[in-house]
Design a protein around this ligand. Sequence first.
Ligand SMILES: Nc1ncnc2c1ncn2[C@@H]1O[C@H](COP(=O)(O)OP(=O)(O)OP(=O)(O)O)[C@@H](O)[C@H]1O
Ligand SMILES: [Mg+2]
Length: 253
Amino acid sequence: MIQRIIAVVNQKGGVGKTTTAINVAAQLASAKTPVLLVDLDPQGNATSGLGLPSEQAVRTTYDTLSGQAALAEVAQKTHVTDVFVLPANAHLAGAEVELVGRPRREFVLSEVLAGAASYSYIIIDCPPSLGLLTINALTAADSVLIPVQAEYYALEGLSQLLSTIQAVRSSTNPKLELLGIVLTMYDKRNSLSEQVQAEVQNYFGDKLFSTIVPRNVRLAEAPSYGRTIYEHDRWSKGARAYKALSKEVRARL
Ligand SMILES: Nc1ncnc2c1ncn2[C@@H]1O[C@H](COP(=O)(O)OP(=O)(O)OP(=O)(O)O)[C@@H](O)[C@H]1O
Ligand SMILES: [Mg+2]
């Protein structure tokens, strides 16, 4: 099977990037298709969301980017079968600054991930910015998955994100594809959600995944236990949504 690298990106904070990265990673993983979740956010939420205390991680994504450690030395097994994580913590904030002075600074992550050939899927959880870390993710990835929160300002910032993707295509990564947009935290009691859905549908057409992730308290609880949604409450609406989304992701890949 050919390896697929997916960057989960949106410069807006709190839209569901990490929740999506974790729960799609867990669903795509199997013995034949091991998954590496790259935590590229100094907040370390993908790391802690998988139950690894991010502040205690000895070696982190930062060490791979700075060349102090190889990916194989840093990637950790998680309690989720066939899911591995490249953990991050606050140290990663320094990388954003340090990368600026590096030659081929957009390609640093791409070169690190060359050491990850044994994974079938690599999912990169990006920070809420379009800085150099995110540019590295877009340069390393085959495709981009964009979570969009179903709220009033949902489309704000998306044109900037799309033009960044276009700029990456015409400079460091011509093969970068838009995998799709997923609406998150959808509240069907709120008529605004419906309106946002129509707008996003109109703007993105069939790039919008037909699965919509509802606002679901079980999804909000799971990371505090370091659990995926399937472990936390496999029958929840959130679990069903992320299963369906992962199926669509696999089909599009
Ligand atoms: N569908 C959902 N229903 C309810 N709560 C959710 C849902 N998705 C995510 N959350 C919660 O909303 C918050 C933001 O989600 P998440 O951390 O996934 O967003 P993010 O885009 O990664 O944020 P950041 O930009 O800070 O990295 C978290 O507390 C998360 O548990
Ligand atoms: Mg996050």
